[in-house]
Write a new protein. Sequence first.
Length: 503
Amino acid sequence: MPSAEETSVYQERPDVRPTREDPVAAAGSELIGGPAGRWALRGSGGRLTPVRVVALVAIGMFALGMVQKMPCYNWAWFRGASSQYTHACYSDIPHLYAGRGFSEGLIPYFDRLPGDMQYLEYPVLTGLFMQVASWLDLAGGSMQEQEQAYWVVNAGMLMICTAVIAVCAARTHRHRPWDALLLALAPAFALTATINWDLLAVALTAAAMLMWSRGRTLAFGILIGLATAAKLYPVLLLGPLLLLCWRAGKWREFATAALGTAGAWLVVNLPVMLLAPEGWKKFYTFSQERQVDFGSFWLIITQRTGEPLEVDSVNTYATLLMLLACAGIGALALSAPRRPRFAQLAFLVVAAFIITNKVYSPQYVLWLIPLAALARPRWRDFLLWQACEVMYFLGIWMYLAYTTSSKHQGLPAEGYQVAIALHLLGTLYLCAVVVRDILMPERDGVRKDGSDDPSGGVLDGAEDVFVVGQAARPRRHAAHAVEGARVDWGTQPQGSGEAQPSD
């Protein structure tokens, strides 16, 4: 079986410079001296390679996010609820140190908690992450000092996850490392990075995407399995992968990835599942029983009508909407004029889950940021979406400040509904331009130079063996990378079920 490197249709191309092809990136580069000139030194000979620059910028932005939490670190977490909301610096981490028994040395999933939450409501690998951080937290003194130290230790571990995400994203698309600056500079990433523990799952997912881009299907599956053991959403990536492997006839590769996912998930979960079944299943029962919560369009319906929605009904409707969205993504994957890129479908399916879900916590944006940077690496669209997410970030805290303060200082329900709508519209807009790129591949910035799927691994440059609808017609050509030269993608479907080489 040839490797992805051997089958790549673009492996000899030079690195892409965003300042040459993206006007917003070119304008932004004026802050640091303008776009690189034709004689600028490139390559891996210097110390500041693109990957290292992206990692350093991501760590720097993460540090700025920690600075933004300083009012809460110093006092607002410990002096009433509304102060941490008015300063927009809330974090679950210090509160759950005592609230989930870590301050008392309780073992997640095995020891029953004294409060309303009987067991830790997080997946097993996230629970292990939280437990390890509590072991590293050696601070004594008051409870406030212990919670402060616990947040700092977790922030340090999450900073490592941030570096992993940046490096993996920069290396996933060969010859496009600078696209990862989108996530490194994303304001919503810095603002939400230390609210919860989501970056662990995001880092594992980013590493999985890198492994798939290198043709390492088993490593991809193992990492997705571990990521799913930390957060549920990464398993959704198997859906787009199934569709793409179906279209390309890569069944063995998909089976390897799926078995790796199942095996890794079981290795992590099975011991807890067998030894502490009640604690293990708490995450899943909590997700089912959770009421309509912040950030969802379900909450807008509830607040506008004044009538609460039954949890079982919302679960059913949300599942149906997600299935409809997946059906649409499936039809798009099999009928698009050119097989969609893996990152594009991965972004769409995770975005569909976020939009239809009954809760949208501010840190959920972290799930989408690396995928968005790979799916649609255009600064204008990315920044428009980020602006909507920053507005939502501020909106939820101002709404909570309004509801928890006796003076009702903050954002009333109507204003918060506008913030939710902005988040939904921003995400839908980014989904729309990704779908447009799939339907019109010549508009896809990644494919403009004739590349096929830099994150596709074994799919990159592969022939189609099953297509339907529009994909069965003669293909369209990419935009002209060089004036007068027409760029092809290497395969042309000739019938409804077969695709053959064009040359």
